[in-house]
Design a protein. Structure first.
Length: 403
């Protein structure tokens, strides 16, 4: 099957094309698809009303997801008006409200939303007869399911909530290193430090733009990151700007006497990049999983950067830092300030979106610093310094070096 979306320039389809795909039932739902779901280069997907607790993660292979669920479900329950509680380290499958009737020539890729990744929640798209998470092939017709695994927190979700998003791609959207060089030759910049653009000669390219970790401390403090607390309270994902960040996250302060900083095995951290990222409106980007050759850590849980992230047409915004979700896998990992820990891969838009990332589409992280998910009240500099002094006194009393 082919339709008018099958032909045209290669690239990621913009918001206005996704609106038309909904009108023509390429994307369908028994419920109205809401305006809030449309992003500059993706569509937010919504949780349905049923939750299946399964024995473990799976891919359907040659079967449908429902056929697998008939064998592997331990129990199921409805998402009642008060929401449903998902326990940590348990695997759940939730049917999504949206389904697809994809034409040939269009494929799709899904990713957790930024808010989801920052909560250490795996949220992976599963489709019928597939052997890959988060990938939808050309011509797919059928339902979509979301596999949910909360690694750190007990969370409450509700029907209609969006934990992941989907992009639609025509042809080859990828920008190789030569294409990125051409962007710089046109006088455009993708990375900044402070308000200064990083010259092309100074960036590191290897199938993407490498980013360095910032362990110097933010906003005149020694705060360099957060580590998820174990056995914290229930985190209701329906709430925004509600929770005290220190009830769920342990602040990590830089050591002036005992660098480097050590990522402990299996702990979950939020850190920031030293570079600020600026995605021009004619491009989209994705943070790539870190290559194993560079260390036993993972730095990719939610990776989409929309067109316009860290960008303003008047040039006043000089990029925005990337918040990285990091976990050391099989061994503790020593990090030093400025060490390369992740990379972003750039993609061409099939057309510039009619709305870009920012306040117009309700974007939460356009001017972020070290920002946990939107559910938490961001502490001010005074709170951070007070917490740092408490840690300093405790370290002195115990006569132990800081992390």
């Amino acid at each position: 099957m082919r339709n008018r979306f099958s032909t045209g320039p290669d690239g990621v389809l913009p918001r206005q094309d996704i609106v038309e795909m909904v009108k023509e039932n390429v994307i369908s739902s028994p419920f109205t698809i809401e305006g809030r779901q449309y992003q500059p280069a993706s569509l937010d997907l919504r949780l349905g009303e049923k939750v299946y607790r399964v024995r473990g993660s799976f891919l359907p292979g040659k079967e449908t997801v429902q056929e697998k669920l008939n064998r592997y479900t331990q129990h199921s329950f409805d998402v009642l008006p008060g929401g449903a509680v998902l326990e940590p380290n348990a695997v759940y499958l939730v049917p999504l409200m949206e389904s697809l009737n994809m034409p040939n020539g269009i494929r799709a890729r899904a990713n957790p939303r930024s808010t989801t990744g920052r909560l250490d929640i795996f949220a992976r798209l599963v489709t019928d007869r597939s052997d890959r998470f988060d990938e939808v092939p050309e011509g797919y017709q059928g339902p979509m399911f979301l596999e949910i695994l909360s690694r750190s927190f007990t969370v409450r979700v509700e029907r209609g909530m969006s934990l992941n998003q989907i992009r639609f791609i025509r042809g080859d959207a990828g920008c190789d290193d030569a294409a990125i060089e051409q962007i710089y030759r046109r006088g455009e910049h993708l990375l900044y430090v402070g308000d200064e653009a990083i010259d092309f000669a100074e960036i590191v390219l290897r199938e993407g733009l490498f980013l360095r970790v910032d362990l110097s401390g933010i906003d005149g403090t020694d705060l360099i990151g957060y580590r998820a607390k174990r056995n914290s309270g229930l985190l209701d994902l329906r709430r925004s700007n509600y929770y005290n960040v220190f009830d769920f996250w342990e602040p990590i302060f830089r050591s002036r006497t005992a660098p480097p900083f050590i990522l402990e095995t299996r702990e979950f951290y939020l850190l920031t990049s030293k570079e600020k990222v600026s995605i021009l409106p004619q491009y989209a980007a994705e943070m790539a999983a870190y290559e194993q050759q560079y260390g036993e850590l993972r730095t990719h849980y939610a990776g989409f950067f929309d067109p316009g992230f860290g960008f303003s047409p008047d040039g006043r915004r000089k990029g925005t830092v990337a918040v990285m979700e990091v976990r050391a896998l099989d061994a503790p990992v020593m990090l030093e300030d400025g060490q390369r820990v992740c990379k972003i891969q750039l993609e061409t838009m099939a057309a510039a979106p009619d709305q870009v990332y920012g306040g117009e589409v309700g974007s939460a992280y356009q001017d972020q610093r070290l920002t946990p998910s939107k559910h938490f009240r961001v502490p001010d500099t005074k709170e951070i310094k007070t917490r740092a002094r408490r840690v300093e006194r405790l370290v002195e009393q115990l006569e132990l070096p800081r992390a």
